[in-house]
Ligand binder design. Structure first.
Ligand code: AMP
Length: 217
């Protein structure tokens, strides 16, 4: 598989996190999820965690300067490694910030993949989503239930429902996505880097499509 920097974009619950895990495990990408990074900071009660907690639990976007500070620290550590950005960039200033830091490393975003899903499907999926507290693996009570209720198949950790996966917060996250993140699609489309995949195809077909796109790049 080619060593590319790939940005995964999509509404919450489109399955981009699951795809990112697959691409990390099977294809050797570094997986970078700003959402995971923030949840980790919140759990450890770090200064960044305290600063972002209110935003993350209410489903609002963390301010760009905070996001870019965290991303720049990550990039300094992982310079030159092919990376899959999951849930970042979510605004135009973030997309520009990523271009800048990559340019400093003589690198660039090679491809942006939109994993698309209609709003009603998003709500259905997210209210059934559960995540492992220990290893962050994602389950879905409808499509991918754990073997034992409430327990992670992989590590035995406790499964929980994210606070921002409640019905009203999901609606807010969707409206934020349409307003602030959709312009990022145009940003990459104008550069000829945007590919679209139908997220309703399901985990395996979406994975096949993404790997096909990356191989053909
Ligand atoms: P996610 O796990 O990607 O759905 O992110 C969960 C939450 O973390 C979001 O609803 C935001 O509050 C915050 N977050 C994650 N990534 C970003 C980002 N790139 N920009 C702003 N906020 C973010």
């Amino acid at each position: 598989m080619k060593a590319l920097n790939v940005v995964l974009i999509g509404p919450p619950g489109s399955g981009k996190g699951t795809q990112a895990e697959l691409l990390r495990d099977k294809n050797g990408f570094v997986h970078y999820s700003t959402g995971e990074v923030f949840r980790d900071h919140i759990a450890r009660k770090t200064p960044v965690g305290l600063q972002v907690e209110e935003y993350v639990t209410s489903g609002r976007l963390v301010p760009d300067d905070v996001v870019l500070r965290v991303v720049n620290a990550f990039m300094a550590e992982h310079a030159g490694k092919p990376t899959l950005f999951d849930g970042f960039p979510r605004t135009i200033p973030q997309a520009e910030g990523l271009d800048e830091v990559l340019a400093e490393q003589k690198s660039a975003v090679d491809m942006a993949v939109l994993v698309d899903l209609p709003d009603d499907d998003v709500v259905k999926r997210l209210t059934a989503r559960r995540q492992c507290r220990k290893c962050s693996k994602i389950f879905n009570l409808t499509f991918k239930p754990p073997k034992v209720a409430g327990v992670c198949d992989d590590c035995g950790g406790e499964l929980y429902q994210r606070k921002d996966d409640s019905d009203t917060v999901i609606r807010d996250r969707l409206s934020t996505y349409h307003k602030q993140t959709e312009p990022v699609l145009h940003y990459y489309s104008e550069q000829g880097k945007l590919k679209r995949i139908d997220g309703a195809l399901g985990r395996d077909r979406v994975y096949e499509e993404i790997t096909r796109l990356i191989s053909a790049a």
